[in-house]
Write a protein that binds this ligand. Structure first.
Ligand code: NAD
Ligand code: AKB
Length: 318
């Protein structure tokens, strides 16, 4: 069997810092090269090789791929929703040109067997059905992040159909984790709230109390990613991106779940520009296709996630 060589681009972010470690459990540490434009955390650095890589530097990227002959590429570098609104031109450049470089290398190098590039619930928009949003439906994103992610989905399916590039993707909901802070999105409140609950006993939320959004705890996101990437190719029937979810909740509901552990915890609301972004996204997602095609099933609901987040954050912040 061919020995896998795995490249992770954007490995120092919220998802990459955990996905890289999970990939190093599946393959050997040395088989997984972590890359980013920022320096790695100590945990990432000691766990295996790291190299500086700007995915927009096409020449350096192609040279790195040729040097190591990667069989799998996980492309995680992107500008998330709130930060993208602050710099739309750069969000367009990174989120689209970055993927084009990855697709072109996979198209032109036979040794690259599989690539992964996540999408987001941000691909949906104000005319999308908001409850149990179907896999195939109206998509009219009105954020620059959502627009770039929808372009990425269409490019992915195009490269699959036209050039037989084995690309796979998940439309993650908001990801919640305690290891690495989120990178400037609209769902970031659902991470911050746990930190503030422990550190200050109070959280001032930038979304309205009744804003329901689809969410997922990081261990489920890692499991879904590895399951999709390890599925037989004929089981992966959707090459744009799969709907995926674990739970949906409002700020009021997550505050209530925290109060089960910290009864004195309080929350106030001061919605800002991110409210408009959240209002354009689904309340909940129908991920039947992922369940049917490759057996997706989440493990964490809100209660289980809150208990685990608080336990781990208490240790981390001690
Ligand atoms: P993040 O912002 O935490 O991490 C992105 C990483 O990319 C950062 O470490 C950054 O330094 C790196 N990066 C930026 N520019 C780069 C460049 N030019 N070359 C190489 N690396 C560069 O993002 P994340 O939350 O880890 O998201 C990873 C992927 O998952 C993205 O595609 C994002 O759209 C998607 N996603 C994330 C969430 C979530 O809630 N975190 C939800 C839906 C989809
Ligand atoms: C964001 O809020 O931008 C991300 C996402 C849902 O894609 N967390």
């Amino acid at each position: 069997m061919q020995k896998e060589k795995v490249l992770v681009i954007g490995a120092c972010g919220q998802l990459g810092s955990e996905l890289t470690l999970a990939l190093r459990q599946v393959y050997s540490d040395a088989q997984v090269l972590a890359t980013d434009v920022v320096p790695p955390s100590a945990e990432l650095l000691v766990s295996g090789p790291f190299a500086q890589l700007d995915i927009l530097d096409r020449e350096a990227f192609f040279a790195l791929v040729d040097k190591h002959q990667f069989t799998q590429i996980y492309h995680l570098a992107a500008i998330l929703s709130a930060n993208a609104e602050r710099n739309p031109a750069f969000a367009w450049k990174l989120n689209i040109d970055g993927l084009m470089n990855v697709l072109d290398v996979a198209k032109s190098r036979d040794f690259v067997k599989k690539i992964y590039c996540p999408s987001s619930i941000a691909v949906f928009g104000p005319h999308t059905p908001t409850n149990d949003t179907p896999q195939f439906t109206v998509m009219d994103p009105n954020t620059i992040y959502g627009i770039t992610k929808l372009v990425d989905e269409r490019l992915s399916e195009y490269y699959f159909q036209k050039f037989n590039v084995d690309i796979r993707s998940l439309r993650y909901p908001g990801l919640i984790s305690y290891k690495t802070p989120p990178g400037g999105g609209t769902t970031d409140y659902a991470v911050d709230i746990y930190y503030k609950a422990i550190q200050a006993g109070h959280y001032d939320c930038f979304l309205r109390e009744d804003t329901s959004l689809p969410m997922m705890y990081m261990p489920d996101a890692i499991k879904a990613t590895l399951d999709l990437m390890h599925a037989d190719s004929d089981k992966v029937k959707i090459r744009s991106s799969y709907n995926l979810t674990a739970m949906s909740f409002t700020p009021t509901q997550v505050a209530e779940s925290i109060r089960q552990h910290i009864p004195s915890f309080t929350i106030s609301y001061a919605p800002d520009f991110r409210q408009q972004i959240a209002d354009s996204w689904p309340n909940s997602i129908d991920d039947t296709a992922a369940r049917q095609d490759w057996g997706w099933k989440p493990s964490y609901d809100l209660e289980a996630m809150t208990a685990d987040m608080l336990k781990n954050l208490r240790e981390k912040l001690r």
